[in-house]
Design a protein around this ligand. Structure first.
Ligand SMILES: [Zn+2]
Length: 1160
């Protein structure tokens, strides 16, 4: 038994994930702590082991109850025995109290307190023993009912996943952490990592937000401001905002405190940008700048193989072959195992007409990275140029396979998408052509005979298997052996050869890959494997050095290949490596699972990592996450409790019992004990093919009376989506007021947002190379005016008339004559359609035309008064009319101007509100819709396709939905038809003909609408996505303005008021405890509600503003505390007097209507 002093115990109690990155255990100074941690781990492991054997004995003896684990002294007891006066100390410590939540482990694994597993996780994490940490944390998570109450656990597990590059789960955990506790002491570390991961995922907007939040945070951190600024500059670079990136890089270089490493990184980025980016000047000048900067980079960090490689590329670009070879060679010395370098060496040899050397270099590249598309392509070109068609064919097939494996990574900046792989378009087509060509050639060719003329190069099979270059190979062997040493695995270095067309000559079907995917992933894992190398880095450099080593080109040292460099037509040019930024992140998850399985299965020597939880259960995590749904239950442990039965005075008294010298930890409008929001599972019922294509609920209106009947509203509210046919006719609406002609006459210079999109048929969405169906949808944003768009719309129509005249065909308006009552008939019609041959034809969609200004659009807006109340823009029964200010496009009208093929990508409405959409005509629109209960399924599919559900632009592949048992409504909206989109319904729309649409949102006063809006409000908060409906502000207005007789709706609104009032009380007490005065500010008429300028969360009633800033930016409390922990220099303003809020809260009671008085 380890004898521990009370100091040691204090230290151990104190240590958890929050010290990760701050406590450098490789520093000899910390050897004492390191020993202590290792000893403690041993003690805890003994405890786990003996309790495990006890539980086995228990089972065997059938003694179920009352067996004490005498064999081991429980760690907790041990601490208690020795701690004595420690407890009071611990309570004072800021770090230790807040999050160490003791949950009683009553789950029957021996007698081990489940917190033991959490502690083990923390301690292993501090030792950088990630496998063990993961295993212990997972065990804890499985046993802990409410893991979300333990914030340092969430943080620790998030770090572990980050280190494993399991970005999906790491992101999820960090988001949850920041949602649950924005004051968490390592919030800045979480923000930084979120920024890095979201950057890799292509969600640039969110990435920027998190990096800025990390930067704004003044608390201690493992990274410097300059390093974050570098990441932000790099974020600009990957978005092709070259000028902004260049300026940001240069700005950082001017800082005196810049480190050598960072200098090297920046010079490298700048150098490569000068090489690639045309807008940065004349070619000659750019080339010399590029060389200069890359040399500076190498000066600053002579060990950087990446810079040397890029220098080689630049030399090769200006034809300095010798210098290029030299640089490549140096690069190989520094960073062996870089497939890009070998590929470029191959290119250089090939250009020098040295095919054998080129072959060797390419083989090196593809052996290092079997998915290296450029190297496979170049090999193909090389073989073809030597007349070895079979080998060329095999190589091209591999390249093609990599292309189809590659996902298109689209991300949006604002709503502007960026397509990473646009550069591959021409290349892909070129290779596909070559494959086709060679197939025919090989078919016709005579059987190859051994005696035929000598080949110039050895075949791809021979090349793959022979040790072709001693130097190359030995280096490679070393490299792989190193990896294997770290992994304790022995497998052959080279493995079987690449796929080779073995089929009969008459039918050259592409052979399947000889290697299975697990072996494929080995190479990819090389980066992850470095996890086990000791981190010999300075304390405060840790995060960045770690990711520099591991993320390689993905994060810090990321560079992008020139788009034009390698893209001339195939056959004449050779391509360098141009692995896109995100390519490697797709399979991390599966790889990791496989890998864990292997490591736990194969290792049985004494150095086996300890498994607290079989890692094959890695999937349990997601199950754990999903079983927790939003529940409005009370947490018995949360004291004092708050409930909606309490009056405001009671609430106030209860708040006084809280630790008001600390900020309110939970700022959700849901109950504090609720788990963090998560997308729901899809309904489990298995649907038949017919149920997957349900008929669309539709009604046909004969007259005005129909339109105003309460049954119509009931009908709409009952279905996820409904189409009301003939509405305009029944109400005698003058749709002409919204025709392009009238709009141009009224306001020709009015602004129109334009989306440039690819023209394709409605049920298809192809990637840019036309090779694959994808979810990511291209939609570039720009602006124009109504008059100019009208011109485009008209000329597009004229052109098509001309085309049709030329062809004498019936035109594409096949759909117009079918009144689609059900979607089955629609899909039949669509089967006749052909895949567009000229898929790259672009179109422009005029969207989000703002018709809110009553002076400009009076006739149009007053025409809409003819609508029945439930569909009107403004009505007392519409929640959005109670917001008290304009939310553009939601409680005001927006107009859409379309040509055929204009797409509104998949989405739910803001905060899940309902929407009204009327087709003005003359053409039709086609709609696709999925009931709200399935949104979690669509969310997961977006994630699978690497697109952000909230920020991204996506067009679902219908077959993917059907496979996931997700039903899709599909119907045509004709001119004069109104589409009702119910709360939360996921939908996407494409115009069939030329038409305009008008749309806005409504919020029926129902419990369903309100709860879906609140749920999305919370989900948005977790996702750092701005909720443009300020739900707290709205709830207070609803309480002021309306009487609620629906019990459920009443309780939901009252709950929101209760949480919000409690929060206001708490914040005010807290602010006072800091000695800051709260000034009454009031609210102007129609004043917009406030959002935090940093994190975009709604700020209700208590606003924080920096005294010295000229521009008054409102902050939320968590953000302002990061700027100024003492609230010094901060002005605190109040929008409503407490007495007013108390009055509103107390007066808001359930309205009992006559006759229904007893309803409960
Ligand atoms: Zn904020």
């Amino acid at each position: 038994m380890v004898q521990s002093s009370s100091d040691d115990l204090y230290t151990i109690l104190e240590l958890d994930s929050r010290y990760y990155g701050f406590l450098d255990l490789t520093d000899p100074k910390n050897n004492g702590i390191k020993d202590l941690i290792q000893q403690t781990i041993t003690v805890l492991q003994d405890e786990v082991a003996s309790s495990h054997s006890i539980s086995i004995i228990k089972q065997r003896d059938g003694q179920q109850a009352n067996v004490k684990s005498d064999g081991s002294i429980k760690y907790e007891e041990h601490i208690k025995e020795n701690s004595g006066t420690l407890e009071s100390n611990i309570k004072d410590s800021k770090l230790s109290v807040s999050n160490e939540i003791t949950t009683k482990g009553n789950l029957g694994i021996g007698e081990v307190d489940i917190n033991t597993y959490c502690k083990l996780g923390h301690l292993h994490l501090l030792l950088s023993e990630y496998y063990e940490a993961l295993s212990a944390y997972q065990k804890y998570m499985r046993l802990c009912e409410k893991y979300w109450n333990n914030h340092s656990f969430i943080y620790g597990l998030g770090i572990v996943y980050f280190e494993f590059r399991c970005f999906k789960w790491s992101i999820k955990l960090f988001q949850e952490l920041l949602y649950l506790n924005p004051y968490f002491i390592c919030a800045n570390e979480a923000h930084l990592r979120l920024g890095l991961m979201l950057k890799v995922n292509g969600d640039f907007r969110s990435a920027l937000k998190h990096l800025q939040l990390a930067l704004a945070d003044a608390s201690r951190s493992t990274f410097s401001d300059l390093q974050v600024k570098f990441q932000i500059a790099h974020l600009y670079e990957v978005q092709n905002k070259h000028k902004a990136a260049k300026e940001s890089y240069e700005f950082i270089l001017n800082d005196k405190n810049i480190s050598l490493d960072l200098k090297a990184d920046i010079y490298r980025q700048l150098g490569w940008m000068y090489h690639c980016v045309e807008c940065l000047g004349e070619k000659k000048e750019r080339e010399s700048n590029a060389l200069r900067f890359l040399q500076k980079s190498i000066e600053a960090d002579p060990k950087c193989g990446q810079s040397l490689y890029l220098l080689g590329r630049c030399y090769a670009g200006v034809n300095k072959v010798h210098d290029a070879f030299l640089a490549y060679r140096n690069s190989v010395e520094k960073s062996e195992g870089n497939a890009d370098t070998w590929c470029s060496i191959g290119v250089l040899y090939q250009q020098q007409n040295q095919p054998t050397d080129a072959l060797q270099a390419y083989i090196c590249a593809v052996q290092l990275d079997k998915e290296h598309r450029s190297a496979w392509t170049n090999l193909g070109i090389l073989y073809e140029s030597c007349g070895q068609l079979r080998d060329a064919y095999a190589c091209y097939l591999n390249a093609v396979k990599q292309i189809s494996n590659q996902k298109i990574n689209i991300a949006r900046e604002g709503s502007k998408p960026i397509l990473f792989t646009s550069s591959t378009n021409g290349l892909t087509k070129g290779i596909l052509q070559r494959v086709k060509f060679l197939e025919t050639q090989l078919n016709q060719a005579p059987l190859p005979s051994i005696t035929s003329k000598r080949r110039q190069l050895c075949s791809i099979e021979e090349a793959w298997n022979l040790p072709i270059s001693l130097e190359i190979n030995s280096r490679q062997q070393q490299n792989v052996q190193m990896q294997h040493r770290q992994y304790g695995k022995n497998s052959s270095v080279q493995g079987p050869p690449p796929p080779y067309p073995h089929g009969s000559q008459n039918n050259p079907t592409p052979a399947k890959r000889a290697k299975d995917d697990t072996e494929m992933s080995e190479i990819n894992l090389s980066e992850q494997r470095e996890i086990n190398t000791p981190q010999l880095t300075q304390q405060n450099q840790r995060v960045f050095n770690v990711q520099k080593e591991k993320f390689g080109p993905q994060l810090t040292t990321s560079y992008r290949q020139p788009l034009n460099d390698s893209m001339s037509s195939l056959g004449t040019s050779v391509t360098h490596g141009d692995q896109s930024l995100n390519a490697c992140n797709q399979n991390i998850l599966t790889e990791l699972v496989e890998d864990h399985n292997e490591s736990s299965a194969h290792n049985d020597d004494s150095k086996t990592p300890i498994n607290y939880e079989s890692l094959t259960q890695i999937n349990d995590y997601s199950q754990n996450m999903q079983k927790t749904k939003i529940e409005y239950d009370q947490d018995p442990d949360a004291s004092p409790t708050f409930n909606i039965q309490m009056e405001s005075k009671q609430l106030w008294s209860a708040v006084q019992l809280l630790p008001v010298h600390e900020p309110p930890i939970s700022y959700t409008v849901l109950l504090r004990s609720a788990p963090p929001p998560a997308p729901p599972d899809c309904p489990p019922q298995k649907l038949s093919r017919e149920q997957l294509l349900p008929p669309t609920p539709s009604v046909h209106l004969e007259n005005k009376k129909n339109a105003f009947s309460p049954q119509l509203q009931e009908f709409c509210l009952k279905h996820p989506i409904a189409v009301v046919r003939g509405l305009a006719g029944a109400l005698k609406l003058d749709l002409g007021l919204f025709s392009t002609k009238t709009l141009v006459e009224a306001n020709p210079d009015h602004s129109v947002e334009v989306r440039t999109q690819v023209n394709q048929s409605p049920d298809e969405n192809w990637d840019i190379s036309q090779a694959k169906r994808v979810w990511a949808c291209i939609s570039h944003r720009s602006h124009t005016t109504i008059a100019k768009y009208a011109q485009y719309q008209a000329s597009s129509f004229q052109d098509s008339l001309k085309d049709e005249g030329d062809k004498g065909s019936a035109g594409s308006q096949v759909m117009s004559d079918s009144d689609s009552k059900d979607s089955v008939s629609n899909s039949n019609i669509n089967l006749k359609r052909k895949k567009p041959k000229n898929g790259s034809k672009m179109l422009r969609f005029g969207t989000n035309v703002d018709l809110s200004d009553e002076r400009k659009w009076k006739p149009q807006l007053s025409e809409l008064q003819k609508l029945p109340a439930f569909a009107r823009v403004i009505s007392a029964a519409n929640m959005l009319s109670h917001v008290g200010h304009v939310i553009l496009g939601m409680n005001t009208v927006q107009l859409y101007m379309k040509v055929p093929g204009s797409r509104t990508p998949g989405h739910q409405e803001n905060n899940n509100f309902c929407s009204i959409n009327i087709n003005i005509g003359p053409g039709d629109c086609e709609w696709f819709a999925v009931p709200d209960s399935y949104w979690g399924g669509i969310h997961n599919l977006c994630e699978k396709n690497n697109i952000s559900y909230l920020h991204g632009s996506w067009w679902p592949v219908l077959e993917d939905l059907y496979k996931e048992n997700i039903p899709v409504y599909r119907f045509i909206q004709k001119p004069g038809d109104l589409v009702w989109v119910n709360a939360g319904c996921v939908h996407w729309v494409q115009s069939v003909g030329w038409c305009n649409n008008i749309a806005w949102n409504v919020g029926p006063l129902t419990a369903r609408q309100y709860s879906l809006a609140i749920e999305r409000y919370e989900w948005n908060k977790l996702q750092s996505f701005k909720s443009i409906v300020p739900m707290v502000h709205l709830s207070w207005n609803l309480a002021r303005n309306i009487k609620v007789s629906d019990v459920k709706l009443f309780e939901l609104i009252k709950m929101c008021l209760c949480q919000s009032l409690k929060n206001v009380f708490h914040i005010q007490e807290y602010v006072k405890s800091k000695g800051v005065e709260i000034r009454f500010n009031g609210r102007g008429k129609n004043e917009a509600s406030h959002y935090c300028g940093q994190c975009e969360v709604e700020v209700f009633n208590v606003l924080f503003i920096r005294e010295q800033e000229k521009r008054h930016v409102v902050h939320c409390l968590p953000c302002v505390l990061k700027l100024s922990p003492s609230l010094q220099g901060i002005v605190c303003l109040e929008e409503y007097r407490l007495s007013e809020l108390e009055h509103v809260y107390d007066s808001f009671t359930l309205y009992r209507t006559q006759g229904l008085g007893q309803s409960h």
